[in-house]
Structure formats: structure tokens, C-alpha cells
Design a protein around this ligand. Sequence first.
Ligand code: C2O
Ligand code: CU
Length: 553
Amino acid sequence: MLSRREMLRRGVYGPALLSVAGLAAQEGVEEPLFAPSPAIAPFTRRLRIPRPYVPLNRPGAPAQQHAKAESIFQQAIAEGRFLHREVPPDWAQADYYEVVMKPGLQQVYPGLPPTFFWGFDGHWPGPTFLFRRERTAVVRFVIDPAIDEPCATHYHGAHTPPDSDGVPMNSYTCNDELSPMSPRGSRTFVFPNDNPFAATLWYHDHGQDVTAHNVYMGLAGFALLRPNAADLANPDAPENRLPSGYGRYDIPMVFQDRLFDANAQLVYDPFEHDGILGDRMCVNGVIQPYLPVARRKYRFRWLNGSNARQYEFFLSTGDRFYVIGSDGGLLPKCAEVSSVRIAPAERYEVVIDFSKYPVGSKVYLQNCLVQTGGRGPEEINFSSCTPFVEFRVERDEGPDQSMTLGNGTILAPEIQDYIDTYLTPQGGEPVRLLNFMRGNGAWQVNGRFFDRNRVDVSERLNTRSIWRLVNESGGWEHPIHIHDEEFRLVSRNGAPPRPYERGLKDVFIVGEEQSLDVAAYWTGEKNVGQYVFHCHNLEHEDMAMMGIFDVQP
Ligand code: C2O
Ligand code: CU
């Protein structure tokens, strides 16, 4: 397998690369190497809602789909995917899916050629998994022969055994034949979906050394881990009282900045190791869309799916809105805010109440955080906000039965209990000191590059530890992600985190000259083995700011 560094040396890097001849001669030149994206009129295209995947073995599905589901079950056994757990006595006690990573075309720019990308099932963003908590899903991920990079699909934020986690060490290619039961270029992953709480999760490619390129090309989508019947038994549970209905009042939005050439094709610069930025703001694969809304509350699930850009979102009206969830589930208490900072891979769930705006008004979701390089954001500047979404308040609708929210409204006392019980340091926990730094022309942790044969941190099941994430530099910010569990940010430079960072999280912005204490608690007999942690600025990750941790019983 070619490493990213090797590919750079050979000058082969993906189909979207423009000619880079003469690039070295231009080094030190200040002008951008790539022309800006073509102009496009904003708010002329509607926000698209990614379609949901449906299980192959759902009731009423055609017989050949059930047969395929059974073949996926057989493949999972042949690949040893159930070693960590009992083979389900009845294979139908799981949902089966087949997903193909393949090229697609999308009309991003009206009047220009369609944009070529890579997508799960040929969609950018990928279709949405609507998983149920504690319902196992078995997914066969197939790499189409047109995808000439190693891939591994990671289910980000999920509590998954390591051999199904899609860590870079799981990478495979379109020619891979793992077992006699495995169709060429495919692998099964088993997702127990046993996170303790429902949450807005996502999935994306994690191919070793090529994650940044593959995600930039479109390989990412939502995986919503939804509550199960027991979670919903209490009619007063907020999940029963928040705006609901996928794509109706409960709307996912993934934000991705992209650069396009004159023919509307994606431009990816493999020589940019600080982090790739685009100048066009895509929401669910549409540049600056509009969304018609009714005069009522909506739940939005925001995901920063960008490689390197952070956002700070405000409403154009200056009105406040409600943060109700973070990476790992609902917030214990609602946080009323005028803005939210969101770094790559972070998720926040918010509720916006449009009832106060008259029919005919337009409200914009806008980013006011300036960022001109991959090293990190500069400042909030209200004179250079970019509108991402135009909400068109266009109708009244029947009564809004969803719950009333205010600052401090109790949302998830069970998550507060979990934090109090497992994620509150008592003193004496081991401290994992991790220094994220620049070194040897790339990105390191504690002075070392990622090495797939080296364990950097050893953990024990059913114990708590503190991960001290340190960034001593003045020039860089790193959104650090840890696999396997949901965590809690205890403090940033000794101070309590922002109110909306006080729930369960798996990505932590480590700003300039900051030290974060993150509490971890390792659970699950099958969650034993090697996982990764890394910077989710994906260029930093590929250029080796990543390490392995090993959880043992
Ligand atoms: Cu979202 Cu290891 O990644
Ligand atoms: Cu970084």
C-alpha cells in the first residue's frame, strides 16, 4: 500500500488533482496556487436530505435481499467478526446492509459539468444510517474497482469492537479477498450499537494515510443512533418531546468547505499539510442551500464534516438558540447560546424556534469565524460572516407540541448520572500525557509519528483514566478525537468548559497553548484491543498525528 508520503513523492494522488507541474518552482510565492472556485448564486438550491438506508432483511423486502443479508451474515462469520460476542443464535436478530464506495456525479454548479466525487452508494454525503440503540447492524462495505485507494469505514463515535471499528489498520483495497466468503474488495463490520445513549454519530472513510483525500472526495455520511423502545418508555423523555421526524422537523446538516475548478470539479492539493480549506460552503453536498420552514421549532443535527475548517455559527437575526446535544448524546441541560463553535468531526444538536418570525421572513445561519489557513481559526469578525443556509419562513402549521426549552432545561439526567458515576475524577487516576506538536516537517504526538506497530497508550477495562491533551504551540489548533467511547471534558487550562461542551463528547478542540483534561472510562468485554486517537484535522491525521491505544481486560 502506498503511503501518503510515498504518493506525494511519486506525484500520483487521486483523480481530482490538478496539474502540479512547476509547483516546486512556485514555492514561497504568496499567491494562491489554485484559482478560486467559480461564482455561484447562493440560495437557489434547496437543502437535500440524505436518504436513509433500509436493511436488506426488513419485513417485506424481496427474497433476493434476504438472501444477500444471509450471505453477509456468513461472510461476517468467515471473517471472524463475532469472535468478541456470541454468534446471534438467530441471524435475523440483526439488520444487514450492503454499502458500495463508488464514484458519483452531482450537479453542484448549474450550467457547469456535474461534479465527480466518491460516495457511499455513490451519494455525497452518503445515505443516513438510522440505527436503533442495542440493535446490531452488520454492514458489508464494498470498494468499487474505480476507487484506487485503500479504505476503511469508521463509524465515528460508536462503541464498536476494534476489528469492526474501521481504524486505519483495518484498511483494505478493491482487490482484497479476505475470506472465501468475502466478495472481492469487501469486508463486513459488525456494529453492536451499544453506546449507552442515543446520539448523532457519523461514518467516514479512514484509509491509512489517505483519509483526508477520501473524505474530501465525499466518503462521509450520518449514522443516527436512535433511542430504542425502552429509552422511549417514559412519555416525558425529551426524545419523545423534541421536534421529530427525520428530514421533517429533525434535520441533519453536514458542513463541508470545498474548492472547485472552472469545470466544477473538486480540487484537492496533496501538498497542503496544514489542512485543506475550500472557499465554497456546502451543506449536505449543496452550496449555500435554502430550506423552507414552518413557524415552529426544528431540531438540527450539525456535523462539521470539513477536513480543517472550524465554524462559529450565529443566526443573522442575532437571536439565541438552544444547544440540546453534543457528540455523544443529549446535553444533561439545555444551553441557550448566541453561537456555537464547531471543529472538524464535532456534532452539536440545536433547536431553533422559527415561531417568532412572520411568514415571509428569511433567517440565515451564518459563520462568522475567520480562518485563512489550515493551522486554525483566527477570530470572530461580524463584518465578514458567510451565510450557509437561508431559512425561508413560509407557513404556519398545526400546533407545535414539542417541549419548551430554556437555558438550563433538564434534558438528560441519566447522562448526568453517567458522568457523575464514571467520568468524574476522584484523584489518583492514571494520566495519559499527550503532546500534539509539529515536528520533522509534519505532525506528531509526543515527538513521534503514527506507527501502526506501536502501542502508545495502554488502558484497562472498567477503569477510569485522564487524557491530558496538550498543545504548547502558539500557531495551531487541533481537534483531537479518541475512538471507542464517549468522554467528558473536565477542564480546559484549568477552567470549566463552555456549557455546551459539558455533555458526552469524542472530539475536543485543543487550542493554542491549551491543556485539556478529558475523563475516560473503558467499557465492554468485546471492546478489547487496539484503537486509535488522532487529530481530526484530516491532513494532520494523515501526516501522522495519530497514535494507538490498547484496551485490555
Ligand atoms: Cu472520525 Cu478516527 O475518526
Ligand atoms: Cu491537528
